[in-house]
Structure formats: structure tokens, C-alpha cells
Design a protein around this ligand. Structure first.
Ligand code: NAD
Length: 359
């Protein structure tokens, strides 16, 4: 079967890092181990420049037909003054909700070779391997009513609504349990059930569902404690499943444990395993166009794409192995550089991964 992959380079360093990820993907095409067709389209600021909106119909039509989407990053200062609905980040929210990408998988992996890059002591984080499963299309980010109103007193009042339906909780919990089954079989569900009714329901349903997954050890943790435990003893976690806002915050904290925003991939999946794959970092306007961005998060996003949407886990492992070998050879972009290593740019890092894959 020939898979359709939509490529959305986006803004800032997006095009530079996506180009390296495509070099890696093309290794598999050249050797005949993966059949795919690529389509390219705009999203974010580049889409606004080309078509006047951050998620144009032309992109939407291609996205609906794709088996998987590879995205660079969106955003840039020149778009910050646009009306809210036209800003690049709106393009991301729109494509996520359009494709029903409700399950966001964010691994926080710390390669042994980079243990010194973390802000925590190396022994607390060496070989860290956590998967955060964050619900992505519900919660307070989408709940109605929302807005800013003027009270009769003249004072303004801002408000949002935290809301989860039973079915939304069930489908993300299922992703959490199934992800744990493929790993070390430990699932920690994070909520604030002592204060928020929406997450009281969350806890009730996750607990009920655990009967269907007797091989998975389920625990519950309040979000404030989870934040503390993540920086105290992060290796206690295997898989964390949580709602949109808690997941947003916890996954950034977990990412920083690894010390290198340029290393971490992510996947956002819908019910039919169509997925959008992107690095967790943004468009890094401060280094865009300089050829120095780290492309490894995007290359590792391709590995996730192979595993979760294209059913090629063995190719995913080959990419992850190649990245590990490149790191153990001491090859580093600036963001992960330490003395004595070989300092390379974006394209050289991509070439090094390609060479390791071909070796
Ligand atoms: P950022 O992640 O773009 O950059 C933060 C810092 O990390 C910068 O110093 C940057 O140079 C560095 N950095 C990021 N990726 C790197 C890489 N691959 N290699 C080396 N260094 C890297 O976050 P920001 O500066 O807060 O945001 C910049 C823009 O990106 C904003 O417009 C923001 O809205 C947008 N953004 C987009 C996404 C996304 O597309 N998913 C996510 C976050 C932020």
C-alpha cells in the first residue's frame, strides 16, 4: 500500500528541519522498504501569507485525504498583531479539531549521552523514558461558555469552562491503557478530582475501565503532586494520561527534564490512527534561516509516524537507533553541544542520521 503523507513545513525553522526529516524518510523509499507519496501544503503564517488564512481549504482538503501529516512548526512575531482568528497558532488548533486528533502522545526521553543537558542531576534522569498521553480536543480550551464580559458594575470578567464528556474520557483512557500495554504496563492518571467535578468523573471512568486492562497497573495522582513528582523522581512514571490543560503543562515540564527542546517528537492521533507528527518546539524565529536548528525532534517525529500511522515499527526503531548512534559519535547541534563534541548544523545532522541509517 502506498501511504499518503502530507508535509506542512510551516514557519521559522519549520522548512529547515522538515527538509532533514524528509531526507531520512527518503532512505526508506530508495531501499524499497516503504511506499509513500508526499504532498506539500501551507499552514500557519506561511498559509496566511499565501492564502490569507492559517488553515486554508486547500490544506484542509489534502489533510482529509492523508494517512499521516508531518508538520514543522508555526508562528512568528510578524503575525502576532493579526486578528486572533488569523494567527498561525489558530491553524494548528483548527487542523487538530478538524481531523479529530484527540490523543497527543509526547515522549520525554533522555538519551544517556545527553544526561548532562538536563537541569536535574544525571542520576535522576539518565535513560528517562516517559510517555505523556494528553487529551487534545476537549477540556477548558474548548469548553463553552467562554469569553470576557462586562459586569453591571463595569468590572470585566473573564471565564472559561472545564468540561469532559464520558465518551471523551473513555477514548483517551483507552489510548492510555493501550500505550501502557505496549510499554512497562504502568499507567498514572492525573486529575484534580478533589476539587473539579469534570475530573472527578474522569477518575471514576478511568478506574472503571481498568477492569478491562488487568495487565496494566493503574495509579491516580493529583496534578499538583504530579508536577512535584516529575521534578523529584521522574523515573517513577511509565505512561501518564491526563486532560488537555494539565497535559499541556506537565508535558512541557517533562520535556525540560531532558534539557533539550530540539530532541522531542510528538504524535496527535484520531480514532482511525491518522496522525499528525511534529516536534514539540516552536518555530524558533531567533535562529530561523541560520542552518543551526536541531532537526532530531522532527526526525524522531517521523519515527513516531512510522510506528503509529504507517504500521512500520521496525523502520521506527531503525531511525531511533540511528539517532542514538549519531549522538554516541559525539555529533551535536548547538542546543545540545558540550565541549569535546563535533559541532554541526541542521543539514549535517540530517546527513549524519542518513549515513547511520545506511551503514
Ligand atoms: P520555541 O520553541 O520556538 O523556541 C524556544 C527556544 O528554543 C528558542 O531559543 C529557540 O531558538 C530554541 N529552539 C527551539 N527549537 C529548536 C531546535 N530545533 N533547535 C535548536 N533550538 C531550538 O518557542 P518560542 O520562542 O516561545 O516561540 C516561537 C514561536 O513558535 C511563537 O510564534 C510561538 O507561538 C510558536 N510556537 C509554535 C509551536 C508549534 O508550532 N507547535 C509550539 C510552540 C511555540
Amino acid at each position: 500500500m502506498t501511504s499518503k503523507i502530507l508535509v506542512l513545513p510551516g514557519d521559522g525553522i519549520g522548512p529547515e528541519i522538515v527538509a532533514e526529516a524528509l531526507k531520512v524518510l527518503n532512505v526508506f523509499k530508495d531501499e524499497g522498504s516503504l511506499a509513500f507519496e508526499l504532498e506539500h501544503a501551507h499552514i500557519g503564517g506561511s498559509a496566511y501569507d499565501a492564502e490569507g488564512k492559517p488553515y486554508p481549504e486547500s490544506t484542509q482538503a489534502l489533510a482529509k485525504k492523508a494517512d499521516a501529516i508531518l508538520l514543522g512548526a508555526v508562528g512568528g512575531a510578524k503575525y502576532d498583531k493579526l486578528e486572533r482568528s488569523l494567527r498561525p497558532e489558530r491553524g494548528l488548533l483548527a487542523i487538530r479539531s478538524d481531523l479529530g486528533l484527540y490523543a497527543n502522545l509526547r515522549p520525554a526521553i533522555l538519551y544517556e549521552e545527553l544526561a548532562n543537558a538536563s537541569s536535574l542531576k544525571p542520576e535522576l534522569v539518565a535513560n528517562l523514558d516517559i510517555m505523556i498521553v494528553r487529551e487534545l480536543t476537549g477540556d477548558i480550551y474548548f469548553g463553552q461558555p467562554r469569553g470576557i464580559e462586562v459586569l453591571p458594575s463595569g468590572e470585566r470578567r473573564g471565564f472559561n469552562t472545564m468540561v469532559y464528556t464520558e465518551s471523551e474520557i473513555r477514548r483517551i483512557a483507552k489510548t492510555g491503557f493501550e500505550t501502557a500495554q505496549k510499554r512497562n504496563k504502568k499507567l498514572c492518571s492525573v486529575d484534580k478530582a478533589n476539587v473539579l467535578e469534570a475530573t472527578e468523573l474522569w477518575r471514576e471512568i478511568v478506574t472503571e475501565m481498568s477492569k478491562d486492562y488487568p495487565d496494566v497497573e493503574l495509579s491516580h495522582m493529583y496534578v499538583d503532586n504530579a508536577a512535584m513528582q516529575l521534578v523529584r523522581a521522574p523515573k517513577q512514571f511509565d505512561v501518564i494520561v491526563t486532560g488537555n490543560i494539565f497535559g499541556d503543562i506537565l508535558s512541557d515540564a517533562a520535556a525540560m527534564l531532558t534539557g533539550s527542546i530540539g530532541m522531542l517528537p510528538s504524535a496527535s492521533l484520531n480514532e482511525s490512527s491518522v496522525g499528525m507528527y511534529e516536534p514539540i518546539h516552536g518555530s524558533a524565529p531567533d535562529i530561523a534561516g541560520k542552518g543551526i536548528a536541531n532537526p532530531l525532534a522532527t526526525i524522531l517525529s517521523v519515527a513516531m509516524m512510522l510506528r503509529y500511522s504507517l504500521n512500520a515499527p521496525q523502520l521506527a526503531e531503525r531511525i531511533e537507533g540511528a539517532v542514538k548512534r549519531v549522538l554516541s559519535q559525539g555529533i551535536r547541534t548547538g542546543d545540545i553541544y558540550t565541549e569535546g563534541c563535533q559541532h554541526v548544523g541542521t543539514a549535517q545532522m540530517g546527513d549524519a542520521v542518513v549515513a547511520a541509517l545506511r551503514a
